[in-house]
Structure formats: structure tokens, C-alpha cells
Design a binder for this molecule. Sequence first.
Ligand SMILES: C[S@@+](CC[C@H](N)C(=O)[O-])C[C@H]1O[C@@H](n2cnc3c(N)ncnc32)[C@H](O)[C@@H]1O
Length: 266
Amino acid sequence: MREQGEGYVYLVGAGPGDPELLTLRAARLLREADTVVHDRLVHPAVLEHARPHARLIYVGKEGGGESVRQEDIHTVLIAQAKLGRKVVRLKGGDPFVFGRGAEEALALEEAGVPYEVVPGLSAGIAVPASAGIPVTHRDLSGEVTFATAHRVGSPPDWHFLARAQTLVLFMAGDRLEETVRALVTAGRAPSTPAAVVEAGTWEHQRVVEATLGNIALEARREAVGSPALLVVGEVVSMRSRLPSLVAGGSTKAGHPEPWVAEAGHE
Ligand SMILES: C[S@@+](CC[C@H](N)C(=O)[O-])C[C@H]1O[C@@H](n2cnc3c(N)ncnc32)[C@H](O)[C@@H]1O
């Protein structure tokens, strides 16, 4: 229980982009916050929930430059809480899914700062859905594996990942070629349907659909950038059977006409 005047940190998931995918709890905490510490994957409209006099601190990448060091983010959170402020640490998606939220929670724990985690909608589920891809399907896939292509230390277990019925790979954007090569070398058929979704649920969402064997080439041709997710598995073929979703009936900020590039399956 939070005591009067005591600083407190909420590690809050901001969802995948579309501001309407923010939870009601996140919106309320933002309205009450004295300080909001946010990063690159948070839609600007989400920050409009904050009070006009709240202090906004940006800790994301600037123009592709160096990230703010994780230790410096911990220092900011702890310092703001120790001033007796109510701090919302806003993170893209869910704070505990590939978001270093656990490291922030540990730092707060060790500093004796009271905190809690407010889950958010992870891009891993919301972004494929927004592109017309159900991550599970009774006939096509009874499991989904979330992984990151960017691992510090040991490399991913490609043989395990190559066997996943539905594979959702985070942070695959800038190393798509190596990722695809690794999956195919580990036994995944190059003819498997695959899609790269860039900026899923944002106004400028883009989807490139191809086979696993062609997806890296197609994504490069379309100059797909970050943030992007790679989805591999038969479920990707559902896009062609859900044209109403793919045509923009799905959840995307502003519901614009989506930009879609389709490459023929082998
Ligand atoms: C540091 S991880 C954060 C994941 C986040 N905590 C979550 O639960 O969605 C960043 C990666 O998430 C993926 N990502 C996040 N938002 C995305 C979006 N709107 N569209 C596509 N990929 C996204 C990308 O792979 C990006 O490189």
C-alpha cells in the first residue's frame, strides 16, 4: 500500500503502438503521475494522458544514436521516486516481455523503492493480429513461440525455434538474413509462410508477406525498418483468408488504408 508523500514507481506497459490499445489502468496512472519516463516505442498520443505539469523524461534512442544506458534509467527512476514523486515508467508492449522490465524492478527492489508492474499488450500477440495473422489456429498451430533474434551471450537455439509451429521473433529487423538462414539451416522449410510486420498497430504499419526463403529479400526490397516482428508458420497463410482484416478493419491507430506488399509463395 502506498503511503502519503512516499515516492512510488509503476512499470507500465504502453501496448504495441496504437494509443487505443493502452489499458484503462495505464491511462489512469498516467493522469496521476508526477514524472513519466518513456522510451521510443511509445506512441506520442499515449503521453497526452499525462498532466500538463508532469515531468516527461525521454530515455529512448535519438535518431538511431546510442541508447541511454540501462543503469542511467535505474538512476533516474530511483532519484525521481526518492523525491517523493509518483513515477510512471512507460515501456512499449508489456514491461516483462523482452523489455528489461525485470532489471528495472530488481534495481528498485535493491534501492528499497516501492513499485509495481502494470502489464501491457505485447507486440508479440497484437502486431500479428493487426496484420491479419492469428498466432494460434485450431487446425494450423496449437502453439506459439516468442523469441528474440538479438541475444546477448549465447545464440538462440535455432533447432528448437525451427520446430516451432508459430514462431514470433522480436528484434529480427536488422538481422533478417542471418535469422532466416539459421532457421532454414536448422531444418525449417523455405516454403513456410512468413511475414514481417513493421510498426504494427501504428498509422504507418507495413506488412511484407512471402515464404521464409524469400522474406529477407522482400523485406530488404521494401526497406522495412524498425520496429519489426518476423512471424513464421502456416498461420501466416490465414491473411489471404481474412481480407476484411487485411484491408484495414483491424486495429491500427487511425485505421488508415494499410500498406501491404505481397510476394508470391513458392
Ligand atoms: C525491446 S523489444 C520490446 C517488446 C515489448 N516489451 C513488447 O512486449 O512488445 C522491441 C521489439 O519489439 C518488437 N516490436 C515492438 N513494438 C512493435 C510494433 N509496433 N511493431 C512491430 N514490432 C514491434 C520489435 O521486434 C522490436 O524490435
